[in-house]
Design a protein around this ligand. Structure first.
Ligand code: AMP
Ligand code: GLY
Length: 423
């Protein structure tokens, strides 16, 4: 099969790496890709939002399967454009990707179908939102309705913060059109877990669990980022919790989407909070997580192309997912200053250390080739993943491997996976 992967970050590197292990894969293209991906796939310089150009390319190369990584093109309707041109695509169409694209939609869906989530109200007028937060219970969470790079969620401990959050999102439009509506939500406490799952419209197959670290600094301090590191599996996601989620959250979500005439095919990523009263959905994503994919996919034993084809053909019930009985930890190496201001174009040294080591992966997120060297090209630069027989060993291995590569403004969190010590 000829495959085109759309995207160019760490998640797409992990996807390309997994696809390259499939016996079915003859040739892999990636648009736009990055320096690491170019070792495994032919990178094509087409931006992810240029759907017609991507369609032209895929038709010309007679691509058998297009795999879409990021949220923006999915929510923007890339799958519809490619399908119209007769291409096979892994990912939800626009009507289904709204599950991630609108938090007001997903909250209303959960309310209508009794799927456990935080209590909320949504507003499309700033006056109404402001008047609501005047006497709502604190702390509360104010969320921009649309996509905001994971940054449109503001946790507010005081009334002043809540009012400012509404103003920033709805009046100052800090997140653009994503702030036309807001969701104001009850604040939940507990452990967070991510469960990514394959969906074919009817059947859902959850993968092994993972946990992200969204804040920039150790001890969950600093600004929210796209994700600074992950581990898998989560020791807090027990079998009992898993059974509850399958019955009360996962299957009901898939069935609800089908009932709404928005049949979902692709990946549903459940962001869950394990509260004292049981698991609650914090958010849905319509794609693999980044950097969740970097710990989940290295542990997957299945041929990913077989699973993706089963999703497209509605035959996921014939598949059993299988994961290795070990653990993985991914530490993100970022450019100092991320997620705000940072320098790019800095040479990365030591990358060859990964080429011969089983159980260690260096997923490129923001890198490019320049004058024969590999240089930094983004806030998140590399995702260093290591496997181990258990989480502690995987973490030790990951932090060992973090030392193998260097660039002058390298920054990372020292406490990825620290929570496992409490398990
Ligand atoms: P989201 O993009 O909706 O997952 O929100 C980003 C992050 O904000 C989550 O990973 C949580 O850490 C936090 N968050 C979101 N909603 C809530 C909530 N209702 N209660 C507490 N924390 C939340
Ligand atoms: N790591 C969180 C996300 O991909 O949304």
């Amino acid at each position: 099969m000829k495959i085109l992967v759309v995207g160019g970050g760490g998640r797409e590197h992990a996807i390309v790496a997994k696809v390259s292990q499939s016996k079915k894969a003859e040739k892999i293209y990636c648009a736009p890709g990055n320096a690491g991906i170019s070792e495994l796939a032919e990178c094509v310089d087409i931006p992810v939002m240029e759907f017609e150009r991507l369609a032209d390319f895929a038709c010309e190369k007679e691509i058998d399967l297009v795999i879409v990584g990021p949220d923006d093109p999915l929510v923007g309707g890339i799958v519809d454009v490619l399908k119209k041109r007769g291409l096979k695509v892994f990912g939800p169409d626009q009507r289904a990707a709204i599950l991630e694209g609108s938090k007001a939609f997903s909250k209303d869906l959960m309310k209508k179908y009794g799927i456990p989530t935080a209590a909320y109200e949504s507003f499309d007028s700033s006056e109404e939102a402001l008047s609501y937060v005047k006497d709502a219970k604190l702390p509360l969470v104010v969320k921009a309705d649309g996509l905001a790079l994971g940054k449109g969620v503001l946790i507010c401990n005081t009334r002043e913060e809540a009012e400012n959050a509404v103003r920033q999102i709805m009046i100052e439009k800090n997140f653009g059109e994503a702030g036309n509506k807001v969701v104001v939500e009850e604040f939940l406490t507990g452990r967070e877990v991510s469960v990514l799952s394959f969906v074919d419209g009817k059947t859902i197959l959850p993968m092994t669990s993972a946990q992200d670290h969204k804040r920039a600094k150790d001890g969950d301090q600093g600004l929210n980022t796209g994700g600074m590191g992950t581990f898998s599996p989560s020791p807090f996601y027990t079998e009992e919790i898993d059974s509850f989620c399958r019955e009360k959250i996962f299957q009901p979500t898939v069935d609800a989407m089908a009932k709404e005439g928005r049949e979902f095919k692709g990946i549903i990523f459940f962001g869950l909070m394990l509260t004292e009263d049981g698991p609650r959905v914090l958010e849905y994503n319509a794609r693999f997580g980044d950097p969740e994919a970097q710990v989940v996919l290295p542990r997957m034993k299945n041929d990913i192309l077989e699973v993706m084809q089963a999703c497209i053909n509605g035959r996921l019930n014939e598949i059993t997912l299988d994961f290795t009985d070990n653990a993985a930890v991914c530490v993100v190496l970022a450019s100092d200053g991320y997620p705000l201001k940072y320098e790019k174009g800095i040479e990365i040294k030591g990358l060859s250390a990964f080429s011969k080591k089983d159980g260690y992966y260096c997923f490129h997120a923001g890198t490019k080739k320049q004058d024969g060297k590999i240089v930094t090209n983004g806030g998140r630069v590399l995702g260093i993943t290591a496997l181990g027989e258990d989480l502690k060993k995987a973490r030790e291995n990951a932090y060992e491997a973090v030392k193998w590569v260097d660039f002058s403004n390298k920054y990372y969190r020292n406490d990825i996976g620290k929570a496992i010590d409490e398990a």
